[in-house]
Design a protein around this ligand. Structure first.
Ligand code: XBP
Ligand code: MG
Length: 257
């Protein structure tokens, strides 16, 4: 049975905006410095730490797998939560200062989808405030109303690659997975969306370009048109490789496959 495409569900970090290297990573380091820690997550180390989604979980991953002689405080959860809250404040300031733009083609696709009457939603591991601040800084305050559901952060216990956040989003949308399509940038995000039953389109980035995207129907370098440098990196249907634009026409073809 062919379902009508009713909603587009977007991941945030790495998909809507390239937030990790020059955003989250910098905010983490500022928080570590404020806390008197000598920790410095450089670009290469951060790429390894991105294997774990969730900022609090990533800090714990760093402590357990990358530090040998660090004795965490007895209330490790409380301490990490406080450190992460400090990082979030730094990140929110970067967003408010307009330091993090949307990736190419994202705004055009969102406007095209709105004009076509499609429902928009977000499904992300990041902190909810990080989403609203990003939307406000890039698309304006009004844009917060464009997304029917913003599924973010600790709203679900298990973070990506667990499917929970996408399942929660579908439940809130009251839509079937077959009526939607997901947009992701990473292996963890792709697995999360696919395990929630969603067809998924990937736009890779510097940190995720070597990820295993075999479960994606199509992998592109960005959401744009050929004249702006868009290209299809891989796809399950050969003819898509000649697509001129990352637009609703291409998305509907992927949804129908
Ligand atoms: C990416 C993540 C997030 C961010 C950091 O989320 O894993 O944890 O790296 O944000 P997604 P927080 O790709 O699902 O948007 O520190 O707020 O977790
Ligand atoms: Mg992502």
């Amino acid at each position: 049975m062919q379902h009508t495409l009713k909603a587009l569900i977007f991941d945030v970090d790495g998909t809507l905006a390239d937030t990790e290297r020059d955003g989250h990573r910098v905010a983490f380091n500022k928080a570590f410095n404020d806390a008197g820690l000598t920790w410095d997550w450089d670009e290469s180390l951060y790429g390894k730490l991105l294997a774990v989604t969730g900022g609090k979980e990533r800090i714990k991953f760093y402590i357990s797998d990358f530090l040998s002689n660090f004795t965490p405080p007895s209330d490790i959860d409380g301490w990490v939560k406080e450190l992460h809250a400090s990082k979030t404040q730094h990140y929110l300031k970067m967003l408010s200062d307009g330091e993090i733009p949307l990736r190419p083609g994202v705004e055009d696709l969102i406007n095209e989808a709105r004009s076509a009457g499609l429902t928009l939603a977000i499904s992300t591991t990041t902190t909810p405030e990080n989403v609203t601040y990003l939307l406000n800084a890039t698309l304006g305050k009004e844009s917060l109303n464009w997304f029917k559901v913003i599924a973010a952060g600790d709203i679900v216990p298990a973070k990506k690659p667990a499917p929970d956040i996408y399942q929660w989003c579908l439940d809130q949308l009251e839509l079937k997975a077959e009526e939607c399509i997901a947009f992701e940038d990473s292996y963890n995000g792709l697995i999360s969306a696919c395990d929630a039953g969603l067809k998924t389109i990937v736009t890779s980035n510097v940190y995720t370009k070597d990820d295993d995207f075999s479960r994606a129907h199509i992998v592109c370098n960005q959401m744009a048109c050929k004249k702006e440098g868009f290209n299809v990196i891989s796809s399950s249907v050969d003819s898509w490789k000649n697509a001129n634009c990352f637009d609703l026409d291409l998305i509907k073809k992927v949804h129908r496959v």
